[in-house]
Design a protein. Structure first.
Length: 364
């Protein structure tokens, strides 16, 4: 039985009118007064292979959110070009990411899946958001500072203007909730600030979105440095489980995962971060609490536990990989994305036209 994904960490605005409701493992985020569906938006860059952390922290939950809400999921390929990309590889990764979305449980009849560059309102509203942004607030963004520090004197302007485009992505759909990780909270704050700034200057056009951080227990750490988040861009590939990894590779990575010398399966994130990370993964995949896992492996040691963790990961990813291989080069994928782009454009164009008119960007 799947575990209900409880939205325990919704970050509200003042006089927040929405309440989460969980039924049969599905999330319904309803307005208290009107009981209307909420609008959800999420985007992922096609900038590399997705990881087990991406799946447990985001993708797995999308299928539970989509039944009770109006959901838009986007392959944000225009964000990817804030740093130089190989065109052929970007094209390939765009298709791959869309296929992974679907293979992970996204239902195109319930959710709208599309590619960012195929809905021109994203770039159009992105420019409008840039004009409302202050250089100082963009330069204070942590991700900008981290990435810019690695570029020397050749810092792409796109790195600086990434947040206004992200704001446009979200605001176009009158979004109520954005499922994000802890590392995206700062971007969400600037999105809210830009929406409020626009509404104050030009009238009420945009819904102010809220942050949905999801449930605890879905943050997957590096297998080699378990105090750091698992990353698809980690130079040490043995530290990361990718969604398309072969079973043998998964077994090898988990077998070599950093632990400690105690050989006791016990959850202690501060003193035993390595084994605690594996317990976290196993708990999420098998719908067990940390205490249940500890009891089941009392006296068994790390070898037996790591084998079972690897088996759980492989059994979870195999059907995803099978569906992915069916979709990635199939015309079905193009039909889904074409339909998604048309549906996204229909909604985005309404918001964009309202914003453009409010700002004076019209002739007749």
């Amino acid at each position: 039985m799947s575990r209900a994904v409880l939205p325990t960490r919704v970050v509200p605005r003042n006089n927040f009118p929405f309440v989460p409701n969980v039924r049969d493992g599905r999330i319904f985020l309803l307005n208290r007064e009107e009981s209307i569906m909420s609008v959800i938006f999420s985007g992922i860059q096609p900038s590399g292979n997705l990881t087990l952390g991406n799946y447990l922290g985001a993708l797995r939950n999308f299928s539970k959110i989509q039944d009770g809400n109006e959901c838009y999921y986007c392959v944000v390929n225009q964000h990817a070009i804030t740093v130089p990309q190989d065109p052929a590889l970007l094209h390939q990764r765009t298709r791959q990411l869309a296929a992974i979305y679907l293979a992970s449980g996204l239902d195109p009849e319930k959710s709208t899946l599309f590619v960012q560059s195929e809905v021109p309102e994203h770039a159009l509203l992105g420019w409008m958001m840039i004009t409302l942004s202050y250089v100082g607030e963009l330069e204070r963004m942590t991700q900008y500072k981290d990435k810019a520090s690695k570029r020397g004197d050749s810092i792409p302007a796109g790195l600086l203007t990434y947040p206004p485009l992200m704001a446009a992505d979200i605001l176009l759909y009158q979004t109520n909730f954005v499922p994000v990780g802890d590392d995206q909270k700062q971007h969400m704050e600037i999105t809210r600030n830009l929406a409020q700034r626009f509404n104050r200057l030009y009238g009420e056009v945009f819904t102010i979105p809220d942050i949905y951080l999801g449930q605890d227990g879905t943050r997957v750490m590096s297998l080699q440095e378990p105090t750091k988040k698992m990353s698809k861009s980690d130079d040490n590939t043995t530290a990361t489980i990718y969604l398309l990894d072969e079973p043998k590779a998964i077994e090898k990575k988990i077998k070599r995962a950093q632990t400690d010398s105690e050989n006791s399966v016990h959850y202690d994130k501060e003193n035993k971060p390595g084994i605690s990370n594996l317990i976290e993964i196993f708990s999420a995949l098998t719908d067990q609490t940390h205490e249940q896992v500890e009891a089941a492996y009392a006296g068994k040691g790390y070898g037996a536990f790591k084998k079972d963790v690897a088996d759980a990961v492989i059994s979870t990813l195999e059907p995803i990989q099978q569906r992915y291989r069916q979709l990635v080069d199939d015309p079905e994928l193009d039909a889904i994305l074409d339909k998604g782009a048309a549906k996204a454009h229909a909604k985005a164009s309404v918001t964009y036209e309202k914003a453009a008119k409010a700002m004076g960007l019209f002739r007749k």
